[in-house]
Write a protein that binds this ligand. Structure first.
Ligand code: SAH
Ligand code: MG
Length: 957
């Protein structure tokens, strides 16, 4: 057979999955059952009895006639199934790697598959292709019953995989599948007829009516007509993309309708691209196969032109699907599905087209995730998870790679031990995973670092993340190895992802940029580019982007380099700014979370015509990170809370405008006939100050939290305390840090109501205690419980701490805690710290507010706390009243101190601290060692739950 030998030229190993091989051998006799298992991921922290919500895992059971397989657990169902199949193959002694399929085998497989696709049995299945077989029977005249070969190659995965194995170029040029299918079909001459054009196939004998008109298929009224909106993408870049309507009738075949729209004689000549957009989408590009003559020379597939930039290439269409598309193309959403034999169809709008286009830009997915194409911008820095809105950088990068048919980005996190106050020393690289992988989850589960909520973690390691971007063929395009160190793995990953994305943005915004400039920009970001591979992958991009964005690209590059630039409004393209509302004095500062409402309209010079493009009642973003378009940020930073502004800017690239507004027709006619600009109106609704933790770290050296620990250590030393309980221990930062100091403590206990924080604390303490055998501590316990509630196990400790906790409770609970701790728990020493409200002025000033610090301003400001979770913040006076009353009531002495700031200098310490000392030491000791708890009778009930307990093993003591 001529076809057989000819296609052998490019044969390569067919990558059949284990499951596919099992299917080939056993068909429906292979029975897979997948069960979901919630495995607690406890291994790193023995004794922790809060179930750690691991990701859902799957286990697969595969039953074959002679073999039963049960797999380990996997993160994905598919992985579990493949693993089961792989195990089964091993058991059965089948080696897929060595059982290489020859071109001959492949051609045989192709013929077999094709034969099956034309069988009666297949027609009664629910395979989407059966819809085409039925649809083709409604074609008129000679075409009746003929199904375009391209349809087989597109909708039957098995067939398409065989074609790709025979000629890998099929993947990027679907047309190349046609000669392969045709030559296979000629071997089935007794049952399948190849049409004269060689572009379609038909079953020779008609299907028996009982099969064809099986009851499961409804015969619809043949006069029914449906109109479906689709998008026409002309091959010429000078022509606009436009909307077209396809009129389908249930008495015809939809491929012919598309052909007619494209000016092609019939559906046989139509090729189909892969699907676009979401995974479940049926949106594809339909285009004319480039001509019969190519089929003639196709006996040598290598001879078929596959230079993507040649001739009538449709750059826009090819860019979308990553496949070779010649001539005009139609983007439409049609399909027969497994569920229904009725043709599924969906209207596509121009807006959808432009949104699809925007999603392929580096920051496009982010803009769309915020539903704010004209306001949101992928921030240039990742600060805290808490203040991030929209898709995370890592996800944006992954989506970008997927949309451009690159491999998943390879993230590798390097953990470096952190010596005290020294980040600059060179450390040995520690790879957490051998294989580069994008699965961060498994890294995140490691106990090496805490992700504090409001508290910071000083100890442990720091992290650096490297990213490599590979093509599908595993050629390295670029790598990013920034030197920045982060306390959290996820921060290092997101920041590195942002670097890659901002480099890509620079390239996308200005594809004409000289290579040296790209390289030097890359250098700043720690990016190494492999230009040949990179430009090969993005060869089509310059043809889809709007040239007008090239204009301000250089400026963009500059902007991203100097983040702290002065905001000059005109530099940001803002003109005719009008501010409304009176100055409330509450100005946002860098690092704050701003909430604005805004709308953007397309306005035309001289005319009153306006078109609303985008609007949001509440839109949050972190100031100073470039999270919104620069004009908007420049204006908002000049507003005080409650004020509004109206301003105009010049038009961004056309596709952003079209992706934002719904009435594309109107927008296009505005933009083509008038001078247009964008008019933003924005109101600053409220401002949340930067998180306490960030402020404390930025403004105090050593950070306030560390100073608090040192304060406690001093008291532990002076009192030679052997037992300590930390009330409201959170993620255990104090307990953890105490272990770094040589202290006399033997028993340490933490209590908190946040089980999430307690789990973190357990992991951190476990890793430290397990690693250091020379620590004096013999026992460590974490309890889940409220510190306003009694539990006898916490009575009579040498020292108790309660740092930055009371302000998280209502004031009456703070008083209740005071009573409970000093009357019931009765530690010898109690240290309580809480923010000094009076000090906030200094914090706010230093946080970057440009306000003058006149007293009036400060007092007119709405009451600002350091943390959104604070219920109150007391002045020195308020704190002292609370503490003195308590001390007196319960027979304690109290002294005041603090950390941050200087004693006696206004406005006092940043964190104010009260140290209570029991006046009746002896009594407490008796209470603790004797039967003190029982004397209060009912108060001996154990109300706290032990959630983690550690005891030094006796051989270590
Ligand atoms: N002491 C820690 C954490 C301070 S954050 C540090 O200095 O880093 C405040 C903590 O108080 C949170 O972890 C919160 O869960 C806890 N908390 C608030 N109300 C509580 C209550 N009634 N009982 C126990 N813990 C409480
Ligand atoms: Mg606090």
């Amino acid at each position: 057979m001529e076809g057989q030998g000819s296609v052998a030229v490019t044969v390569r190993k067919m990558n059949l999955t284990p499951k596919a091989i099992i299917h080939q051998k056993f068909g429906p006799k292979a029975c897979y059952t997948v069960e979901e298992v919630q495995e607690p991921t406890q291994t790193e922290c023995p004794g922790l009895c809060i179930p750690q919500k691991g990701p859902s895992l799957y286990r697969c059971r595969l039953e074959l006639p002679d073999v039963l397989i049960v797999t380990d657990t996997f993160k994905k169902k598919k992985e579990a199934e493949q693993s089961a199949a792989e195990m089964a193959l091993k058991k059965l002694g089948i080696h897929p790697a060595t059982d290489n399929l020859t071109a001959m085998d492949l051609c045989d497989a192709l013929v077999q598959r094709l034969k099956y696709l034309f069988s009666e049995e297949f027609l009664s299945s629910s395979h989407p292709l059966t819809g085409h077989l039925r649809g083709a029977s409604r074609r008129a005249g000679d075409l009746c019953g003929s199904v375009p070969s391209s349809v087989f190659a597109t909708f039957d995965t098995k067939l398409s995989n065989i074609c790709k194995s025979l000629n890998p170029k099929v993947d990027s040029n679907p047309f190349l599948a046609l000669p392969i299918i045709t030559s296979a079909a000629t071997r089935l001459s007794s049952s399948v007829l190849v049409s004269e054009s060689r572009l379609s196939l038909r079953r020779l004998s008609p299907y028996p009516p009982e099969v064809f008109y099986s009851s499961s298929v409804q015969q619809s009224d043949s006069s029914e007509r449906i109109s479906v909106d689709a998008i026409y993408i002309p091959s010429s870049l000078d022509e606009h993309v436009r909307q077209v309507t396809l009129h389908l009738s249930s008495s015809g075949y939809y491929m012919d309708v598309i052909a007619q729209k494209l000016g092609v004689e019939n559906g046989d000549r139509i090729s189909l691209s892969r699907t676009l957009g979401k995974a479940s989408s049926e949106t594809r590009l339909y285009f004319a196969a480039p001509g019969y003559h190519l089929l003639e020379v196709s006996s040598d597939p290598g001879a078929v032109k596959d230079n993507p930039l040649e001739g009538s290439l449709n750059a826009r269409a090819s860019y979308f699907c990553g496949q070779v598309v010649h001539g005009d193309a139609i983007m439409a959403s049609f399909g027969y599905t497994w569920r229904s034999k009725e043709l599924f169809h969906e209207n596509l709008t121009l807006q959808l087209y432009y949104r699809l286009l925007v999603s392929t830009f580096p920051g496009g997915t982010y803009k769309l995730s915020r539903e704010a194409v004209l306001a949101a911008e992928l921030p240039s820095r990742f600060t805290t998870k808490a203040y991030w809105r929209g898709s995370f950088p890592k996800e944006v990068l992954s989506t970008f790679c997927r949309l451009h048919r690159l491999s998943e980005p390879a993230f590798s996190v390097i953990s470096l031990p952190l010596p005290e106050n020294c980040l600059s020393r060179v450390h040995k690289k520690v790879k957490l995973k051998d294989t580069f992988t994008s699965e961060m989850e498994c890294l995140n589960e490691r106990p090496t670092i805490a992700t504090g909520e409001t508290d910071s973690m000083e100890s442990g390691s720091t992290f650096r993340c490297e990213i490599k971007i590979y093509s599908k063929r595993q050629d390295l395009l670029m790598e990013c190895s920034p030197t920045d160190l982060y306390k959290k793995q996820s921060d290092s990953v997101h920041n590195a992802s942002l670097k890659v994305l901002s480099w890509l943005t620079a390239y996308f915004n200005n594809f004409g940029i000289p290579l040296e400039q790209l390289n030097s920009y890359g250098e700043n970001l720690g990016i190494q580019l492999y230009p040949e591979i990179f430009f090969r992958e993005f060869v089509l991009y310059p043809h889809v982007g709007d040239n007008s964005i090239g204009r301000n690209a250089e400026q963009k590059l500059l902007e991203s380099k100097c983040a702290d630039m002065l905001y000059s409004l005109s530099e940001h393209g803002v003109f005719s700014l009008r501010v409304e509302g009176c100055d409330s004095g509450a100005y946002p500062s860098n690092g704050s979370l701003l909430c604005v409402s805004y709308s953007v309209v397309l306005a035309t010079e001289g005319k009153d015509m306006k078109e609303l493009l985008e609007q949001k009642d509440e839109f949050e973003f972190e100031m100073g990170t470039g999270a919104v378009v620069s004009s908007l940020e420049a204006v908002v930073t000049q507003l005080s809370v409650g004020q509004s502004a109206l301003f105009n800017t010049r038009l961004p690239p056309e596709y952003f405008v079209l992706a934002a507004g719904t009435d594309s027709g109107r927008i296009l006619s505005f933009m083509s006939s008038h001078n247009c600009y964008l008019q933003y109106s924005v109101s600053l609704l409220h401002v949340t100050e930067p998180p306490e933790e960030r402020m404390e770290q930025a403004l105090f050296s050593p950070p306030l939290s560390k100073q608090r620990v040192e304060y406690a250590v001093q008291h532990i030393r002076n009192s030679s305390a052997a037992s300590l309980v930390d009330f409201g221990c959170g993620s255990g930062s104090l307990l953890d840090s105490l272990l770094d100091y040589p202290v006399s403590l033997e028993t340490i206990v933490g209590v908190d109501i946040s089980r999430k924080s307690l789990s973190r604390a357990a992991k951190i303490l476990h890793s430290k205690l397990a690693a250091n055998t020379d620590i004096a501590v013999k026992s460590a316990i974490l309890y889940d419980g409220s510190i306003t509630v009694h539990d006898p196990r916490l009575r009579g400790f040498d020292i108790a701490t309660c740092l930055e906790v009371i302000e998280h409770m209502e004031e009456e609970d703070a008083s209740l805690f005071g009573d409970v701790v000093l009357s019931y728990f009765r530690p010898k020493i109690l240290i309580v710290s809480t923010p000094n409200y009076e000090y906030n002025v200094i914090l706010q000033k230093s946080a970057g507010s440009q306000e003058e610090d006149s007293d009036e301003k400060v007092h007119s400001q709405t009451c600002k706390f350091r943390n959104f979770d604070h219920k109150f913040e007391w002045t020195r006076q308020q704190f002292s009243e609370w503490a003195c009353q308590l001390a007196e009531k319960h027979n304690y002495n109290v002294e005041f101190g603090g950390v941050g700031g200087t004693d006696g200098v206004e406005p006092g310490f940043a964190s104010q601290i009260a140290v209570f000392k029991s006046k009746e030491t002896r009594l407490v000791e008796e209470g603790a060692s004797g039967d003190g708890a029982s004397e209060t009778g009912m108060d001996s009930e154990l109300r706290y739950n032990v959630i983690w307990e550690w005891k030094k093993s006796s051989d270590e003591q």
